[in-house]
Design a protein around this ligand. Structure first.
Ligand code: ADE
Length: 287
């Protein structure tokens, strides 16, 4: 996968060089680059923003430098895809091409975007994610959808956002997804991008060491995780729940499931209401 981030504060994206994402880049699983729209200005002050038409507080990002920056990364992604095709085409067998990323937990949610959960060998237009509090709320389902893409571009607006014509014009070249991290306002898109890129890239095969942990997460079936404990068995007079020391796998599984149900009911009643009744067993209904 290729990820490009457009930001006038590239230093904000430095943490992407760390930990598992940094390793994925070093290993060649992920290509990640940050592009500064300021590099596409032509005036002495390298101006990227201006006052809003119609009045109001704050500044609006100008469409031209953002569009030139976007066009440059779309081109770079296209060139890279073309040259890798040219290199691999002669010997690549039909079955070796698709990287498959699926979310077994939620594939048929009503209102789910229509994009396929598999990546084929035919390259699609890049997806331009525009982080904004006015976007659709970013969820694990969307993370899976984005993880199946070949090229993601994130445009980190600042201040009052980017001139809407940048987005309208971008639709001629890319698929646009305005996404919000949640119902609160950040100073700009960079922090949202850090969260979204981490949520997406950890789903790409080869990025996290133990893919089993992903399978476990995605099989939680719309419930919050159960509480976990480690040694010592008693710590500051607090004992680990006895059932976990019993060695009785069936009962431990039931206990964990009950914890998930009661925790979800308490913290996220909306998730309980959204549960598919077909996924509940008789014992669940007793909780
Ligand atoms: N930019 C500002 N606030 C945001 C939010 N809540 N989500 C995504 N991007 C943002």
């Amino acid at each position: 996968m290729r990820i490009d981030v457009l930001s006038i504060f590239p230093e904000y994206l430095q943490p992407l060089n760390l930990s598992l994402i940094g390793k994925a880049v070093t290993d060649g699983v992920l290509h990640l680059a940050v592009t500064d729209p300021r590099d596409f200005t032509t005036d002495r002050h390298r101006t990227v923003d201006d006052t809003p038409y119609g009045g109001g507080a704050g500044m609006v990002m100008k469409p031209e430098p953002w569009t030139l920056a976007l066009e440059s990364v779309v081109r770079a992604g296209g060139d890279a895809a073309a040259s890798s095709c040219a290199r691999t085409a002669p010997e690549a067998p039909e079955t070796a091409v698709p990287a498959v990323v699926t979310n077994p937990a939620q594939t048929t949610e009503p209102g789910a975007a229509t994009s396929s959960l598999t990546v084929g060998k035919h390259s699609a237009a890049p997806v331009l994610v525009v982080p904004s509090p006015a976007g659709e709320v970013f969820t694990q389902r969307i993370a899976y959808e984005l993880a199946a893409e070949e090229h993601l571009i994130f445009a980190c607006g600042r201040y009052e956002g980017i001139d809407e014509r940048f987005i309208d014009n971008a639709r001629t070249e890319v698929r646009v997804r305005p996404l919000s991290l949640g119902d609160y306002v950040l100073n700009g898109g960079e922090v949202a991008v850090l969260a979204m890129v981490e949520a997406v890239t950890r789903l790409i095969p080869g990025v996290i060491g133990n893919p089993e942990s992903l399978a476990e997460e995605s099989h939680t079936g719309g419930l919050l995780e159960y509480p976990v404990y480690t040694k010592p068995a008693v710590w500051r007079e607090r004992a680990v729940p006895e059932i976990l020391l019993s060695g009785h796998h069936g009962r431990i599984e039931r206990w964990r499931r009950d914890q998930q149900l009661s925790r979800t009911a308490q913290r996220r009643p909306d998730m309980i209401l959204a549960l598919d009744p077909a996924q509940l067993d008789r014992a669940d209904l007793a909780v």
